[in-house]
Design a protein around this ligand. Structure first.
Ligand code: DQA
Length: 146
């Protein structure tokens, strides 16, 4: 199985941005942790992070041609605003799990809105880095049943 781990704006600033919310570990730490976990689960992972909405849409479309089996996706702030990202996930029909480090339901009101949710097979939030490994488990289970 080949998974894409896709991260949106400001996730490259982990460790610097609001450490009380997002923790002190960096984006590289996140990549390392997911890579290690993927090895134990026997899945191949590739990573992409961008601060630009269109670049994220391009990455989702690339995943289609690369025959990616599943997407673990933290669209970050674009979760709450982007119809383009929702449409891209719908367009490629690749099982996608929406992920957030923080508990988006217990923060600002606007963070409760998620455009991508209607295209995602599931959503995990509030578990820090473990949100990503939980999402990986969900995708593996989902694809096993196919
Ligand atoms: C986030 C939550 C979003 O509301 C926020 O804009 C982010 C990160 C999270 O991982 O908790 O940038 O997606």
């Amino acid at each position: 199985m080949k998974f894409l781990v896709l991260n949106g704006p400001n996730i490259n600033f982990l460790g610097i941005r609001e450490p009380d919310i997002y923790g002190k570990s960096t984006y590289n730490d996140l990549v390392q942790m997911i890579t290690d976990y993927a090895l134990t689960r026997g899945v191949e992972v590739t990573f992409y992070q961008s601060n630009c909405e269109g670049a994220l849409v391009d990455a989702i479309q690339r995943a289609y041609y690369d025959k990616i089996d599943g997407i673990i996706f933290n669209p970050a702030a674009y979760t709450h605003t982007s119809v383009a990202i929702l449409d891209a996930v719908k367009a490629v029909s690749i099982p996608t799990v929406e992920v957030h480090l923080s508990d988006v339901n217990s923060r600002d009101e606007f963070r409760r809105v998620s455009y991508i949710r209607q295209a995602a097979i599931d959503m995990v939030c509030g578990m820090g880095f473990d949100s990503y490994t939980r999402a990986m488990d969900i995708l593996i289970e989902h694809l096993k049943d196919k």
